[in-house]
Design a protein around this ligand. Structure first.
Ligand code: AAO
Length: 512
């Protein structure tokens, strides 16, 4: 009985770190700006069957509408109310999506914008996705309702009222992030309204939340809101399951606010991951793949069980937020596939894959002039549906990285390797590396300017395996490279430095 109580208490403490995924599923995808109807279909036709654990959606609540620039993606980070009503769809479509995804074992995580409402200079009137009236100049949002009492101004001491200096933790929390009206989250009324919104979504079956701009909220305020959240819907989750929480805190070092202030509440985004992996895979600053041997905590990252990891996100792929030019994206597809392949093979952190739309990138002096361009849209501003081509790629301007064979198959690799130890590391002291996961899976990468030819200990049982990067098992055959593992667990790998994808990944589910 005492053990039971202890376990229950431990469970309660650790609950927000648990993504509530179905067993055997390990990675999620951010379907940035997708419509709810398209996501529901994608869960059924692709994410469920291919072993994806879940997905992150763009903010579902009503936002300000901008025409200058024309319908930027970032308008969704300017809340007007907590009505479920955006370019992605309405409340009924949202509910339908969550239910259909859960029914095929795919979890939904909501991007929760709870630090602020719209910009102080927002358009106002009824320029909002659901037509709710609001007055940014008076800090009046009748559709919630929030009034000027519910904002932080009195506690911000910068001249502009905005965050001017990230070295001052108080202004980072109490002043406006890029002019966004900063909610007074220490007020019980404000906490209550936010929790009411999140609980509505929990009721529909969402499994957790990304907390946008968590750095700009006091950890105690976030904890108080999390404490008000209901348990997950028992139609899909076991009784007592708590929502998964991952907080967006950008900590690359050098600022007083660190991730450690937030890791007690839930998981935290590890921004060092994509930035540093970008440097290594681009081989910038003399970095080498062999340095990845102690990747993870050995690199000064937070504990693995606290981290949400990703190569790029919707900000860093277009130069918003941190990371800079090193971050790899679909624009650098060859290196990007290697970065994602490495992330999904490596046990560190809970992994998120990005799924983007295309935009007319226009880099001048290191800045993308078109960093604001919103999702593929019709002339009336409505978001275009995601169409699926005969070769299973996406149309209408959607990139769908998660459907690239190499990425999709590495999600499966991660599922097969789940719970298996990092093992059998090998490197050539330069940019050729290999490692395995217990006796289930093995990956070899060549980013040197010469051929890789090595006989390596894979840890796998003897047999012939089909490489899931160049192809995959098709019936009893293999559409890619075949690798033969001997009775001693060793196999010879040859990877040309000019191969389209200079890496090989094998696992026990693709044994021929
Ligand atoms: C838009 C317009 C603005 C306008 C505003 C209000 O663009 O001109 O003033 O509306 O009308 C998104 C867009 C914003 C947009 C906003 C609202 O990115 O452009 O503003 O929607 O529509 C900080 C935050 C972080 C935030 C990130 C973008 O800490 O939370 O900025 N990310 C989230 C979302 C993001 C969203 C919001 C928050 C707001 O993911 O999409 O904004 O809801 C340092 C700090 C970081 C800080 C960056 C900002 O980073 O550490 O905390 O991120 O600065 O640039 C090196 C350093 C690194 C540093 C970096 C950049 O790498 O090592 O620490 O340089 O200087």
């Amino acid at each position: 009985m005492r053990t039971l109580i202890l376990l229950t208490l431990l469970g309660a403490c650790w609950a927000q770190f648990d993504p509530n995924v179905q067993s055997g599923r390990t990675a999620i995808v951010h379907l940035f700006e997708w419509r709810w109807a398209d996501i529901a279909a994608e869960c059924e036709r692709y994410l469920g069957p291919n072993g994806f654990a879940g997905l992150q959606v763009s903010p579902p609540n009503e936002n300000a509408v901008y025409y200058d620039p024309w319908r930027p993606w970032w308008e969704r980070y300017q809340p007007i109310s907590y009505k479920i009503c955006t370019r992605s769809g309405n409340e009924q479509e949202f509910q339908d999506m969550v239910a259909r995804c859960n029914d095929v074992g795919v979890r939904v995580y909501v991007d929760g914008v709870i630090n602020h409402m719209c910009g102080a200079g927002g358009p106002g009137g009824t320029q909002s996705t659901c037509g709710s009236t609001y007055y940014p100049g008076k800090e009046d949002f009748p559709a919630v309702p929030f009034s000027s009492w519910d904002f932080n101004d009195g506690k911000c001491y910068t001249g502009s009222g905005n965050i001017e200096n990230y070295q001052d933790a108080t202004q980072v929390r109490n002043c406006r992030l890029v002019g966004l009206l900063d909610l007074a989250l220490e007020k019980d009324y404000v906490r209550g309204k936010v929790a009411e919104y999140m609980n509505k979504l929990i009721g529909y079956g969402v499994a957790g939340f990304r907390l946008d701009a968590a750095k700009h909220m006091w950890p105690g305020d976030i904890q108080a809101i999390v404490n008000k959240l209901n348990n997950l819907n028992t139609r899909w989750f076991s009784g007592g399951a708590k929502p998964f929480i991952f907080q967006e805190v950008i900590d690359l070092g050098g600022e007083p606010i660190t991730v450690n202030e937030y890791t007690g509440i839930g998981r935290v985004t590890e921004f060092k991951y994509g930035q540093k992996l970008g440097y290594i895979i681009r081989r910038w600053n003399g970095e080498k793949l062999s340095y990845l041997k102690n990747w993870g905590e050995g690199w000064g990252f937070m504990a693995s069980g606290k981290a949400l990891v990703f190569v790029d996100n919707h900000d860093t792929q277009r130069g918003h937020g941190p990371g800079g030019a090193s971050v790899l994206t679909f624009w650098d597809s060859r290196l990007y596939k290697i970065a994602i392949g490495f992330m999904l093979a490596h046990p560190y952190g809970f992994a998120r894959v990005m799924s983007s739309y295309n935009w007319p990138r226009d880099i001048q002096n290191g800045q993308d002039k078109n960093d604001w361009v919103g999702p593929p849209a019709n002339s009336d501003g409505s978001t275009k549906p995601v169409t699926i081509n005969a070769d299973s790629t996406c149309g209408n301007g959607w990139v769908c990285e998660h459907r690239w064979r190499q990425i999709r198959n590495m999600v499966k690799f991660r599922n097969v390797a789940d719970g298996q130890a990092f093992a059998n590391w090998w490197d050539n002291g330069s940019n050729q590396i290999a490692f395995g996961r217990g006796n289930k899976a093995f990956i070899v990468i060549n980013l040197d300017d010469w051929q890789l030819d090595a006989t390596l200990q894979t840890g796998l049982p003897a047999g012939t395996y089909c490489d899931v990067i160049s192809g995959q098992k098709e019936g009893s055959g293999c559409s890619g490279i075949s690798v033969t593992v001997g009775g001693d667990g060793k196999a010879r790998f040859q990877i040309s430095n000019s191969a389209e994808d200079p890496f090989i990944a094998i696992h026990v589910d693709n044994k021929l």
